[in-house]
Design a protein around this ligand. Structure first.
Ligand code: SAM
Length: 205
């Protein structure tokens, strides 16, 4: 993919990514970057593995993994459903186990990303909480990062305003603007390019 790589080219696994956003950010800096998801890659890249990421992450030949595990059964905003939906608490436990496996993968450097979720109370508190608007994207999405052997991500372009400022992805009441649709979860889960670029620039060294 060319482009400047300031250290040595790393073997980078982007776990649970179909959009290719983080993969392209690392590949653009010269790294050997691969995404893996149960879904096909939106950009049909040959550097995408469609399938279960756990055996891929366990291979032992990666330098760095950025993981975006599903938050449906973890996000604090949805946990109230666990009290009234049979079977849902078990799904939360399975989602937590998935996170534990990813965090324990034999990879020297790991970053795992999720919204505010019960990972904090059940596994450990995040190392950092960032916002897309700290990295040049006009969007609000509290994004927690659990890090292994990686420095905190430094803000690259903090937009004007503060946590109360309405961002382009929000309604006046602060909700996400995307209306109900079968694709809503998918559109909401796509990584923001500013954070992806910062990950590649600061962690790909
Ligand atoms: C919250 S979305 C992350 C999307 C990502 N931020 C992006 O830009 O593509 C979680 C993704 O995890 C994937 N997923 C769930 N279980 C998986 C597994 N066992 N192996 C690989 N991917 C998995 C889902 O298909 C979904 O696309």
């Amino acid at each position: 993919m060319g482009g400047p790589c300031f250290g040595y080219p790393m073997r980078v696994l982007i776990a649970c990514e179909y959009s290719g956003t983080v993969r392209r950010a690392f590949a653009g800096l010269g790294h050997d970057a691969w995404s893996c998801d149960l879904l096909p890659a939106d950009d049909r890249s040959p550097n995408h593995i469609q399938g279960d990421v756990l055996p891929i992450a366990g291979r032992g030949d990666w330098d760095l993994m950025i993981a975006h595990p599903p938050c449906t059964y973890l996000a604090v905003s949805g946990l109230h459903w666990n009290k009234r939906t049979p079977g849902r608490p078990e799904r939360t436990e399975a989602a937590l186990d998935f996170v534990r496996y990813l965090l324990a993968a034999p990879i020297p450097k790991i970053a795992l990303e999720n919204p505010v979720s019960c990972i904090s109370s059940r596994i450990r508190r995040p190392d950092q909480i960032v916002q897309p608007w700290h990295f040049g994207d006009d969007a609000s999405k509290r994004t927690c990062l659990w890090l292994k052997s990686l420095p905190l991500l430094r803000e690259t372009n903090r937009l004007q305003g503060d946590a109360r400022t309405r961002r382009a992805n929000q309604t006046p009441s602060g909700q996400n603007k995307l209306g109900p649709s079968p694709d809503r979860w998918k559109l909401r889960s796509i990584s923001y390019p500013g954070i992806a670029a910062a990950m590649a620039e600061q962690w790909g060294i």
